[in-house]
Design a protein around this ligand. Structure first.
Ligand code: ZN
Length: 247
């Protein structure tokens, strides 16, 4: 059962230098739980098609860096991976999240990558792996400077108390100063700014056109109860972010 209206997809024109028509959608609490570990596959398939009525590949994430490339729309639905890519028109690729960053990368030729970026994935190089997947393209003219990155709803530094030891580990792994990903906080000793960390990785790799979904600005899953949050509310449910080409 889908209990509410579907979030309208964002406008199809992503950027003037992206030649493909690309859309994305972000589910909200009202659209139900999209976690395969909790929801049976039949119900989950129904929720997928209610949100976007095209064949889906929603990966079963494990906070790693494994990636799959979808050639036939719908193949690999619920396969274990944290990164999923496609160049195929009509193939919906999606990841679920409940505080982690859903990251969409779009190449100028319309190749798409969705990645699930939690702090462990960040430290393990998941953003770099996602960028590599973006460039496994049939179009040799792909340039990072013309790529677009879209960050979905994720927990903000306002709500993400974090271990100092793990912060140092992440900062070292991504080549960042710890203060760049951990702003001062009035209540917590140390916090993590996942959006800043992911943005640092993208900009360091030459991807500078950064957007937010559903936009226009970043939203915190801890502060905004339209989305699920494990950290702030102990919720085990997951929302989903999906993307697909329409041409
Ligand atoms: Zn917050």
């Amino acid at each position: 059962m889908v209990n509410g209206p579907v979030t309208p997809p964002t406008p199809e024109v992503v950027a003037s230098h992206v030649t493909a028509q690309v859309r994305w959608a972000v589910s909200e609490r009202v659209h139900g739980d999209f976690c395969i570990e909790r929801v049976g596959s039949d119900l989950l398939r129904a929720r997928q098609r209610a949100l976007v009525d095209h064949p889906w590949t929603l990966v079963h994430q494990v906070h790693g860096t494994d990636a799959i490339d979808v050639i036939t729309p719908g193949e690999g639905n619920f396969a274990i991976a944290d990164i999923v890519a496609t160049s195929q028109i009509g193939a919906v690729i999606g990841i679920w999240a409940g505080d982690c960053v859903p990251l969409l990368l779009i190449s100028p030729s319309g190749r798409l990558v969705m990645a699930h970026i939690g702090w462990r994935g960040l430290a393990a190089g998941a953003v770099a792996r996602a960028i590599i997947m973006l460039e496994e393209s049939v179009d040799p003219a792909v340039r990072r400077a013309d790529a677009v990155a879209v960050l979905g709803p994720h927990i903000g530094p306002c709500c993400y108390e974090f271990s100092r030891v793990d912060l140092e580990r992440v900062a070292t792994a991504i080549g960042s100063d710890p203060t760049m990903i951990s702003p001062p906080h009035h209540r917590y000793g140390t916090v993590m700014d996942m959006g800043a960390a992911v943005s640092h990785c993208l900009r360091s790799a030459g991807i500078t056109d950064l957007r937010h979904a559903p936009g226009p600005g970043a939203v915190c899953t801890g502060c905004d109860q339209r989305w699920f949050s494990h950290r702030t509310r102990g919720e085990s449910e997951r929302h989903v972010m999906a993307a697909w080409r329409v041409s």
